[in-house]
Design a protein around this ligand. Structure first.
Ligand SMILES: *Cc1c(COP(=O)(O)O)cnc(C)c1O
Length: 395
């Protein structure tokens, strides 16, 4: 009989957990705080270097604590191999370096994390690797943007901060015809809400700093894909470029993942309630949240996302100064970038996360001066609304 695959909630807690006698029965994964591993003999060391023998050599090449995390994220994303990096940007840069060479072209969703955009601009200046943006709303539009030089399609969905969603299976289907790998930055959803590999995409990555860590106390990145590509990534990006995650930070992520499903359910239900209330408030001109039934692409949301997630954005009926005054009135909600923490965080994209994007491009992306992004935390939704309502009524 085929072994039945466990449900994702169970895998978050148990998958690849090794509480064997080797670990003295420790229930949680021990932190192997070591840089190197000694060999029982010269021959054993030679065997490990030759890849003929299983076992660890040196922590940049692999570590038992880090490996449990890498195996677990791979199970959760339904991939073949996972790798951990020192930050979300280390994960993004590892994947983009591996997939491009001088002269290539990268096609992106029309909206990208600011530093991913900065990295692509550096690629353009230094290596003549160009990039372009697409709304990816229709197959025709996507096909028009693909060139003979396109070596990868890089997507964020929902797009930060305007929460537009992209149909992953449509993009994957078109990309297959051209044999172009599709990379998805799944930071906003986590594998609990959306699993891009199940929709035909090739590589999924995360800033684990956000929901996966979940407590605002670690900077980390994760990548999952097919074994062949991930083996190459381990050799070129972890071994030779070297942005690996430490054993302690890996342990923090393992701890975070155990409650990921519970946290995501609460982030989502809190965000849903706040979005509902904001959408009816006279000071709010436009609300962006994929979980509301009247979202522009609710059919895509229902197809590929479990819930709308914990991030929403809204346009205030007012100027930049009024948006800033509103933020300054908040008492409970913290003004901070990042997202996915227990604390509710608010930020002003035009002057913070997207300040590096030229104004014209920003306007095209729908990031005006009165747009505000909220990462809804795990507090009582009643207290959160009281804080927001009081501040809204003072502008
Ligand atoms: C934060 C973030 C990143 C970068 O991650 P770091 O861990 O800060 O390096 C990349 N993509 C998205 C969507 C993010 O929110």
């Amino acid at each position: 009989m085929k072994k039945k695959e466990k449900q994702i909630e169970t895998s978050m807690i148990h998958s690849h957990q090794n509480n064997s006698q080797e670990y003295k029965g420790s229930l949680t994964t021990p932190i192997f705080q070591t840089s190197t591993f000694s060999f029982a003999s010269a021959e054993e060391g030679a065997g490990r270097f030759a890849g003929e023998e299983e076992g660890f050599i040196y922590t940049r090449l692999g570590n038992p604590t880090v490996k449990v995390l890498e195996d677990r994220i791979s199970t959760l994303e339904r991939g073949e191999r996972g790798l951990a990096f020192a930050s979300g940007m280390a994960a993004v840069s590892a994947v983009l370096i591996a997939l491009t060479k001088a002269g290539d072209h990268v096609l992106c969703s029309n909206g990208l994390y600011g530093c991913t955009y900065g990295l692509l601009r550096m690629f353009e200046d230094k290596y003549d690797i160009s990039h372009d943006f697409s709304y990816m709303e229709t197959e025709e539009e996507l096909r028009k943007k693909i060139t003979a030089k396109t070596s990868c399609i890089f997507i964020e969905t929902p797009i930060n901060p305007t929460m537009k969603v992209i149909d992953l299976s449509m993009v994957a289907r078109v990309a297959k015809e051209y044999n172009i790998p599709v990379v998805v930055d799944n930071t906003f959803c986590t594998p609990y809400l959306q699993r891009p590999l199940e929709h035909g995409c090739d590589i999924v990555l995360h800033s684990a700093t956000k929901y996966i860590g979940g407590h605002g106390d670690v900077i980390a990145g994760l990548v999952v894909g097919r074994k062949e590509f991930m083996d190459e990534l381990a050799m070129s990006q972890q071994k030779d470029i070297g942005g690996v995650l430490s054993p302690f930070d890996s342990w923090l992520l393992l701890r975070g993942i155990k409650t990921l499903h519970v946290r995501m359910d609460r982030h989502s239900s809190n965000a849903n309630k706040i979005a509902e209330k904001l959408s009816h408030h006279p000071k709010v001109k436009k609300l962006y949240y994929p979980g509301l039934e009247n979202h522009d692409s609710s059919a895509i949301v229902q197809k590929q996302m479990k819930t709308g997630g914990g991030v929403l954005a809204f346009q205030l009926d007012g100027s930049k100064e009024e948006a800033q005054r509103f933020m300054n009135q908040l008492k409970l909600i913290q003004i901070a970038v990042s997202l996915g923490d227990a604390e509710t965080l608010i930020q002003h994209p035009a002057t913070m996360t997207h300040a590096v994007v030229p104004e014209e491009k920003r306007k095209e992306m729908g990031i005006g001066d009165s747009l505000i992004r909220l990462s809804v935390g795990l507090e009582s939704v009643e207290d959160l609304w009281d804080d927001l309502e009081l501040a809204l009524n003072q502008i």
